[in-house]
Structures are given as C-alpha cells and as structure tokens.
Write a protein that binds this ligand. Structure first.
Ligand code: NAP
Ligand code: GCO
Length: 267
C-alpha cells in the first residue's frame, strides 16, 4: 500500500514570525518535526538568545532573525537573508501579535494604531514580501494566526478584535487574489491558549483562588480546559502541507469547542 506522505514538509522552508516563545515556537517545532527548515524572528537580542537555545534543546536547527514585522525595510532584509541562507520561503506563518486590554473610551489613538499595525498591517507587509517568491516557485502556504476575536467581541479588546477581524478578511483576500498561483492562505483561530499573552487572565488571586476570567473560560469551553500551544501543532502542519492543497481562505478554529457552546449553566 502506498504510504501517505501528504503531511511531509521535507525540503520546505518555513518562516514563523514572533516564534521565540508561545504559539509561534510550538508551530515552528511542529513544522520542523514534519521536515521543514525553520526561520523565525523576534524583536530583541535577549529573546533571540533564549529562543536559539530552546530550539537547540529540541534538536531543531532554526535560524533566527532580529526583525520588527511593522518595518518594511527590516522585512525585506530578513526575507533576502533567508533566501540566501535557507532558500525561497515555501511557508509563511504570520504569528507575531500583541493585545492591549483597555476599555475603548480610555484607549489612545496611538495604542489602537499600534495593535492594528502589528496584528494586521504587518501581515500585509510580510505577505507582500514573500508572495513573489512563492509565485516564482509555483506554490506557497500562508497561515495567519487569527483569533476567536475575528468573529466576536468583548470588553477591552476593541483594537485587537478590529485587527483580527480584518486579518480574517485579509486571509480570504490573499486566497482570492493568489489562489490561481497555487498559493493557499488560511487562518488558524486559536481559542483561549495558555501563553504569556493570556497570563494576566489566568494568574491566581492573592488568596490562591482561580482568576474569575479563568473560571469563566473553563465554564465556556466544552473541553473544560485552556488550550496549549501544542494544540495548534497538528492544525499548523495540516495547513502547511499538501494535505490542504484545496483548502483556501478558510479559518480553522482550534478552540476546544468554545464557539459552538452557549456555556455551562449556573449551578
Ligand atoms: P505571546 O506569547 O505574547 O507571543 C507573541 C510573539 O509575537 C512574541 O514572540 C513577540 O516577540 C512577537 N511580536 C510581537 N510584536 C512583534 C513585532 N512587532 N515584530 C516581531 N515580533 C513581534 O503571544 P501568543 O499567545 O503566543 O500569540 C501568538 C499569536 O496568536 C498572536 O498573533 C496572538 O494574537 C494569537 N492568539 C493568541 C491566543 C492566546 O490565547 N494566547 C489566542 C488567539 C490568537 P518579541 O516580543 O520577543 O519581539
Ligand atoms: C482576551 C484574550 C483573547 C485571546 C484569543 C482568543 O483578552 O480576550 O487575550 O483575545 O488571546 O485571541 O481567541
């Protein structure tokens, strides 16, 4: 019987943005496990050194680049360096992102713009820099890390929800515009995942009890737990591999069922 190798990324070059730790790191680990050569970036030397040693510890020979994804010149240099050092990028994972939890009426225009700049505009810049190489190569995979906030709102995250909602539509538009070049652009919409980004929502109270938001998420999630960055590894390999060659413009929610569930009834 022919062995299935639809999920192999052997010989592929993958760039995962903001992958020094958190979700990006686990996605890079998964892509490396499927055979891809890994490039990643972050903004500071301190995170870079720790990340390089963490990748090494996992047996992954990842190449790290200092690059702010909002800076077009830095992006151009990084993409050019990756091409020289690893080859043309086959897989781009737009993972870098920030959140600011501030009630809208208290949020400054500068704070709002910063979130939009990193979580949405940077994906435009990164994709624009990488798509020409993919067209030349005859194939490409772009995976945008969206959010439940691509569909829903909540108090304090107006900029984040606006950016992630926009990212969902940018994903569909890249799929529409470049599908003819055999480029698939899809999104992953993680649910509530235990990473540094969500630490303030999970930290124990002074009396040792669970944070109210932590309890809220457990009651809202059929799986009854927070997601882990590892939960995103399989979905990322799927969307990066030939297994998803006719999946385009799709957002795959990986949320333990939150978006399907009305929530646990009060006891
Ligand atoms: P995280 O732990 O805060 O990590 C975010 C990463 O993005 C860091 O590595 C950070 O690197 C990088 N980054 C931020 N701004 C950057 C910039 N301008 N240029 C380059 N890198 C930048 O967050 P996470 O939870 O892993 O989230 C990763 C992605 O998943 C984000 O897009 C987030 O919105 C999304 N997401 C997270 C969750 C969740 O529950 N955690 C759920 C849905 C979606 P440095 O600070 O080292 O530069
Ligand atoms: C928040 C959270 C979320 C999650 C995630 C949900 O404050 O509500 O940080 O926005 O991180 O994006 O999918």
């Amino acid at each position: 019987m022919k062995q299935l190798n639809y999920f192999s990324l052997e010989g592929k070059v993958a760039l995962v943005t903001g992958a020094a730790y958190g979700i990006g790191f686990s996605i890079a680990e998964a892509l490396a496990g499927a055979g891809a050569k890994i490039a990643f970036n972050c903004r500071g030397q301190q995170h870079m050194e720790k990340a390089l040693s963490d990748y090494k510890e996992k047996g992954i020979d990842a190449k790290g680049y200092i690059c702010d994804v909002t800076d077009e010149d830095q992006i151009a240099k990084m993409v050019c360096d990756i091409e020289k050092e690893l080859g043309t990028i086959d897989i781009l994972v737009n993972n870098a992102g920030i959140i600011k939890r501030i009630p809208m009426l208290e949020m400054s225009a500068a704070e709002f713009r910063q979130v939009i700049d990193i979580d949405l505009n940077a994906v435009f810049l990164m994709s624009k820099a990488v798509i020409p190489g993919m067209i030349q190569k005859g194939h490409g995979k772009i995976i945008n890390i969206c959010s439940m906030m691509s569909e829903m709102g909540r108090e304090t995250v107006s900029a984040y929800a606006a950016a992630k909602g926009g990212l969902k539509m940018l994903t569909k538009n890249i799929a529409s515009e470049y599908g003819a070049y055999n480029i698939q652009c899809n999104g992953i919409g993680p649910g509530y995942i235990a990473t540094p980004q969500t630490l303030p929502l999970r930290q124990k109270q002074a009396d040792g009890s669970r944070h109210p938001f932590d309890r809220f998420i457990l009651g809202k999630t059929p799986a009854g737990r927070w997601g882990t960055a590892e939960d995103l590894m399989g979905p990322a390999v799927f969307l990066a591999s030939d297994a998803s060659n006719f999946v385009n413009g799709h957002i795959l929610y990986v949320d333990g069922g939150i978006m399907a569930y009305i929530g646990k009834q009060p006891q």
